[in-house]
Ligand binder design. Structure first.
Ligand SMILES: Cc1cc2nc3c(=O)[nH]c(=O)nc-3n(C[C@H](O)[C@H](O)[C@H](O)COP(=O)(O)OP(=O)(O)OC[C@H]3O[C@@H](n4cnc5c(N)ncnc54)[C@H](O)[C@@H]3O)c2cc1C
Length: 280
């Protein structure tokens, strides 16, 4: 969206193709996004960006692009039954978080009880107990990171053994629970109550999912974009990929998954597109 606004203001013809599943729509309230001293819910931020984009001649196509091809030096895709052609593509397809297999997982993300990013919201833990869900090095790293905000951090492997981590390496204030999680439900003071298969219980202000994520980079790969080992798109400092006139920005790009980073990369990509087209 940010790239679209910039390109429209550079008098380029812009089509935004949007599957409508931005991670930002799940943010209960972001307190680290600059210029919002009282925080802003992700949905409100997206609405503001839509309103801003609406001031310019941007075509908005709602739907997913499932295939991308190169034809006569252009990129071609079909979305919602429409064939779209463009000279350049900025890929800002983001990533999908892997959540625990709970029917209410997405609802818990929206309420802030299930979290995905301690950089985003670790500060709000304010010393309360937290749980990290996962059994890998990623979970151990996340638990250590959370010690900056709480001295009561429990890793819950949910019934599987630790993989590649030795509990002897855990910091003293990290606890480990390997029992299966029997149930979870909301508790007083917006907390989450967790009950394990051995009958033990705990309450946490939030459970952080350290189960990983899947970058949405299949379209990019299908036209020859090289990916890193996590499936993300490496770019140069101008957001160019290895494929000519195919640029990438945001969570799908190697780096920090943050609103401000995605926005800045969108701005850089837009200006690079404009300058590369001027040189054609
Ligand atoms: C619960 C939660 C809390 C967060 N809190 C914060 C915070 O406090 N501060 C902060 O800075 N960041 C936060 N983030 C991270 C922030 O939301 C992301 O960094 C940001 O949304 C990334 O923007 P993006 O444009 O790269 O991807 P997204 O916003 O995820 O947008 C990607 C878009 O691409 C679309 N798409 C994907 N594939 C296709 C396709 N094939 N065809 C068409 N469309 C497609 C999707 O539908 C989606 O609309 C949080 C994220 C979550 C999930």
């Amino acid at each position: 969206m940010v790239a679209g606004i910039y390109l429209a203001r550079l008098n380029r013809r812009v089509i935004i193709v949007d599957g409508g599943e931005s991670r930002a729509s799940l943010i209960p309230r972001s307190y680290n996004h600059p210029a919002f001293p009282d925080g802003i819910p992700g949905q409100d931020l997206l609405r503001r960006m839509h309103d801003q984009a609406g001031k310019f001649a941007i075509e908005h196509v709602v739907g997913r692009s499932d295939a991308l091809e190169r034809s006569d030096g252009c990129f071609q895709t079909t979305v919602a039954g429409r064939s779209l052609l463009s000279h350049s593509v900025i890929c800002a397809t983001g990533l999908v978080d892997i959540l625990p297999p709970w029917p209410d997982a997405t609802a818990l993300v929206r309420s802030g009880n299930l979290r995905l990013c301690p950089i985003c919201d670790g500060y709000e833990i304010n010393g309360a107990p937290v749980v990290v869900l996962g059994n890998t090095r990623r979970a151990a790293r996340e638990a250590e990171f959370l010690l900056s905000f709480s001295d009561c951090v429990t890793i819950a492997t949910m019934g599987v053994e630790l993989d590649g981590v030795n509990p002897r390496d855990f910091k003293p204030s990290m606890r480990l629970v390997t029992h299966r999680l029997a149930s979870h439900h909301p508790a007083a003071e917006d907390r989450l109550s967790l009950e394990f298969a051995d009958g033990s219980q705990m309450e946490a202000v939030a459970a952080y999912s350290a189960l990983g994520c899947k970058p949405q980079s299949d379209l990019a790969r299908s036209i020859g974009v090289e990916l890193d080992e996590e499936g993300r798109i490496p770019t140069d400092q101008h957001q160019r990929t290895n494929v000519e006139r195919f640029y990438a920005a945001g969570d799908v790009v190697t780096g920090l998954n943050q609103l401000g980073v995605a926005m800045a990369q969108g701005e850089i990509a837009a200006v690079t597109v404009h300058n590369d087209l001027r040189r054609l």
